[in-house]
Design a protein around this ligand. Structure first.
Ligand SMILES: [Ca+2]
Ligand SMILES: [Ca+2]
Length: 395
């Protein structure tokens, strides 16, 4: 399927942690309007004003937090939001419960309606707080409480895939449960997992994913069928078309030499220099480049603007069948054993974890720990600041 116009218009973006938090707080997707984000950030950054005459400085504001230890992301979310709240609301008195505690479960039921965890439930005393005016826009009635809208996503009553428990007690555990059909832990297991990563060779975020992948390629080597594929259009000019083409041919000729080339190219973007670091049959390479060009009309498509996608982006069709098969919309797109993993992290450890889920019998290397820090988008192997979120894409 061809990407939609609005998707392309979105261009390249990256989401910093401040914006992410703001986005969480207004419970929306990452495609918020700039004004919405600014408003939410501003609201969070406001310090609590001085207590008013209607509020005793010493009055405690009770906040119940209900989380779930089965939820991988919940604790992190609480850790992000709680300090922000403490800086805004004076005299916050916090009690934290797990959904499995009787008190936690009771609060969950009493608050009614709000299905997802973590839940932040204020006692109505929050209304007398000086910060209420700022917070009110994020609060919803929830039984006798006021629930902070943070975009929680964990449903404690649903099946959790991969914990060995029939969570929703419908007789089907984990991958047997239809709720887990599209979960990445339930993908088909293969003797040799197949990884297909779709990129544009000059897309900073595709480069970021490729850099995260290299240590995993080193570790697992031939135990995995590694494939770098190319999105069916280019956004970074003619240079990108020819770099894609070069990488395509290098892979056809020798994968391990290709990855050696890639570790050089992702560092300095110097094709020629990096080609010189590998011992490759230049004649064979040149004939592959010629054949690929005529087979997939690469130069012809660059020249013929009438074929451009949305009138702006030249087509690049070497992997068009796979692009169509997976509905690839942009760079990077990570596919494991034929399933697109929308949530794929870009640090080596996250990639290792996903790839290892694809094995029938995971090898010993799967219990190794690689770095959990993602590299920066774009060329060069420096790490992204911790806490930054790798969510940008080209497409
Ligand atoms: Ca389960
Ligand atoms: Ca179940």
């Amino acid at each position: 399927m061809a990407p939609k116009e609005e998707n392309i218009e979105k261009g390249e973006y990256v989401i910093g942690i401040a914006i992410l938090l703001a986005a969480i707080l207004i419970s929306a997707s990452v495609y918020l309007s700039a004004t919405g984000i600014e408003k939410a950030v501003a609201a969070l950054k406001l310090q609590a004003s001085a207590p008013t005459s209607t509020q005793q400085a010493s009055q405690q504001i009770k906040l119940y937090i209900i989380s779930d230890r089965r939820c991988a992301d919940c604790a992190g979310l609480v850790e992000q939001i709680l300090p922000q709240l403490r800086s805004v609301v004076q005299n916050l008195d916090v009690e934290q419960y797990d959904y499995s505690d009787s008190k936690g479960k009771a609060l969950y039921i009493q608050s009614g309606g709000d299905k997802y965890l973590p839940l932040f439930l204020f006692e109505p005393t929050i209304k007398s707080s000086a910060s209420y005016a700022q917070l009110a826009q994020f609060l919803d009635e929830a039984g006798q409480y006021l629930s902070l809208r943070i975009g929680s996503e964990f449903d404690p009553e649903a099946e959790i895939c991969g914990n060995g428990i029939d969570d929703d007690k419908n007789g089907a555990t984990d991958c047997q449960d239809s709720e887990c059909k599209s979960d990445i832990s339930c993908i088909e297991k293969l003797d040799k997992p197949k990884v297909e990563v779709f990129v544009m060779s000059y897309c900073p975020y595709g480069i970021q994913m490729q850099k995260g992948m290299l240590p995993v390629v080193d570790l697992l080597g031939d135990k995995v069928d590694w494939n770098v594929r190319f999105v069916s259009y280019i956004m970074h000019g003619e240079t990108e078309a020819y770099e894609n083409q070069l990488q395509y041919c290098l892979q056809l000729q020798n994968k391990s030499k290709y990855f050696k080339y890639l570790s050089c190219f992702l560092n300095n973007s110097k094709s020629e220099e990096c080609l010189a670091t590998i011992d490759i049959d230049k004649k064979k390479l040149q004939s592959c480049l010629n054949e690929t060009d005529s087979k997939f009309n690469i130069t012809a498509n660059l020249k013929n603007t009438a074929t451009y996608l949305s009138g702006r982006y030249p087509l690049f069709l070497v992997d068009d069948a796979e692009n169509k098969k997976y509905g690839v919309q942009g760079s990077p797109t990570f596919v494991i054993n034929g399933v697109v993993n929308e949530q794929q992290g870009r640090d080596p450890q996250s990639i290792l974890r996903t790839v290892c889920m694809g094995f029938k019998n995971p090898p010993a290397e799967c219990s190794k720990q690689l770095s959990s820090q993602a590299y920066v988008p774009g060329f060069g192997f420096s790490y992204q600041a911790s806490g930054a979120v790798a969510a940008g894409a080209c497409g």
